[in-house]
Design a protein around this ligand. Sequence first.
Ligand code: NAD
Ligand code: UGA
Length: 437
Amino acid sequence: MKVVVIGTGYVGLVTGACLAEVGTEVVCVDVDQQKISNLRNGILPIYEPGLEEVVTRNYQNGRLAFSTNITEALPGAEVAFIAVGTPPGEDGSADLQYVLQVAKEIGTHMTGHLVVVTKSTVPVGTAVKVNRAIKEAMLERGTLIDYDVASNPEFLKEGAAVADFMKPDRIVVGVNTERAQKVLDQLYYPFLLNGHPIIFMDIASAEMTKYAANAMLATKISFMNDIAGLCELVGADVNKVRKGIGSDPRIGHRFIYPGIGYGGSCFPKDVKALVRTGMEYGRSLRILEAVEAVNDDQKKVMFDKIDRHFEGDLRGKTFAIWGLSFKPNTDDMREAPSLVLIDALLQAGALVRVFDPVAMHEAKKILADKVAWCTDLYDAAAGADAIALVTEWNEFRLPDWQRIKARTVFDGRNIYDDVMLHKKGFTYYGIGTTQHT
Ligand code: NAD
Ligand code: UGA
């Protein structure tokens, strides 16, 4: 089967490479000429563990190709995935301009029957708009070719994208024709071995499933962050509470880690977009409004702890920031909580020394010369008054504390042994834990 993936970002590139890996012929298309030419030279636009290997192998064996030309890519394809961005518009709703532009281009250039699948995260009703855009483009060129539209939201996590795609918890597909169902069932067949399920449903429900999933996960995190705040006040330890509640399988251990707020390209924008959809239909999604408000506050929690510890006098003080990306194993800086903390520290007149194992080049585009760029965690800690652990990269988990002169540690992810650090003479602040001074 031949497939075209339009939009070669996180989702498009992982989708294209993983489909090629199981034998599908894939062309990944993007408007970004630099990105496509880099990919042809083996340079990936993102850091994603395991992806380079899959891309290189399949590019070399000819199953995966890269193009900027949708006209050349479409002939012979049975499926076209739309995997472009859906950033938040000014009012918080998902901006569909890129999705609808691609739909129009598909309508203008398709040559035979095609299943047009939206993989981007889009609000309910988008498939109807995609359908209309394709139809109008075909009418404009004076041709009518048979096609189907379908919705196939993506659930991969950055940092684990290849594994998530190859071994999905589930594949959700919204269809309204038997033909589309058959084609997509066949396309995904190799991923269903070992019991990974494919769930077919109507298109509106598939579109809604994606937002509901992200909103539920964001809710779990904000709930735990709220509980963490209360734990600090009442003298409880959220790490213990987390284990205590997570062992109930109805709650589960995953996505209940408190921290300094969820970031990334999706939770913040998808929660906003779902709240916005509610408003459009006259329904206020009060839980999600609170989830967003709690998260905004949580991104400020570490600065507040630092400010209190130094009694509001941060001018001229130096802080080491360990980790910049919004989570480990990615270089993605979108909505990273580190940026909120660094901005607040700089505003307060502090000096900031940063280190991240892979996100430095992305972070430099945002922070430029406002911070000192360091070679490792010890370099960042050199001369610092305190350490702030922001992203829980593995290499930060067991530092040689003897090499750290600062006596105060702010642990935004609760990865350090507070009792051990206290014994070594550090003042330790976690999230939702008793403070050791
Ligand atoms: P991205 O910004 O990394 O990539 C989008 C790509 O689309 C860019 O390379 C851009 O140049 C390209 N593009 C834009 N217009 C185009 C056009 N007309 N023709 C061809 N290419 C075009 O975005 P992403 O992170 O991959 O997200 C894509 C969608 O998938 C979003 O809706 C997002 O919410 C959703 N999603 C993302 C993730 C994730 O982990 N990043 C996970 C699940 C779902
Ligand atoms: C998230 C979802 O997990 C994916 O299923 C989804 O496909 C994706 O969004 C998307 O739609 O783009 P991602 O944003 O890559 O994936 O990363 P997560 O692992 O979900 O982390 C998101 C944020 O939540 C990070 O800032 C992370 O630090 C934070 N988080 C996560 C917590 O604070 N606590 C937790 O217990 C888990």
